[in-house]
Write a protein that binds this ligand. Sequence first.
Ligand SMILES: [Zn+2]
Length: 186
Amino acid sequence: MKASRGKKRRFISSASDQEGTPLSASRTAFGHIDPQSALREVSAICRDHGVQFTELRQRLLLTLWASSVPMTAYELLHRLEETWARTLVPMTVYRALSGLLNVNLIARIESHNAYVSRSTRSHPNASVFLICTQCKSTIEIQDVFVEERVNESAGRVGFQVQRSALEIHGKCARCLGGTKLDLGAP
Ligand SMILES: [Zn+2]
C-alpha cells in the first residue's frame, strides 16, 4: 500500500547512513543544513532552559545527528572516546544525556535503551518513532492527532499526560525496497 500523501506528517529526523566522523556530519536532525548553525540554535535553547551546553553535550548531539540508528550510552561513550581522545566515565555521559533529554533535543527509545536526536521544531508529546526492525533506522514523525487522542483517552480516566513517545516497530521504506524518504527540512 502506498503511503498516503497530503497528511500533516513530516519526516524530521535524518535517516542517512551512519557515516563520517561526527564533527564533519553534513546531515543533521534539521535536514541538510550546516551543523554549526544548528549548534547555535540548540545552544540558545539550552541557555533559555538553564542547561549548560557543554562540549560533551555538543559532541553527543553531533554524534546522534550523524547516526540514523539509536545509540546506547555506552556506544556514545566509546564513539566519543575514539573521536575525542578522552577517557569518559558512564556517569558523566548519563548526566550530559539527561540534560539534553530535559530540553527535548534527544529522545530515549525505551525498547532499545538507546538515544536518538530530535528536531527542535518537534512537539514532544506528538512524537511517534518509527523503528525499523531490520536496519534499526529510526524516524521521528509528528502526529498531533495521536497526541490529541491520547490526551482525550487519558483524560477520560482522569489521567494527565506529562510525557509520551510512541514507538512503532516495522520495516522502513529502504528495507522494503521502496522509494527514498523525503528528508527535506520541515
Ligand atoms: Zn530498515
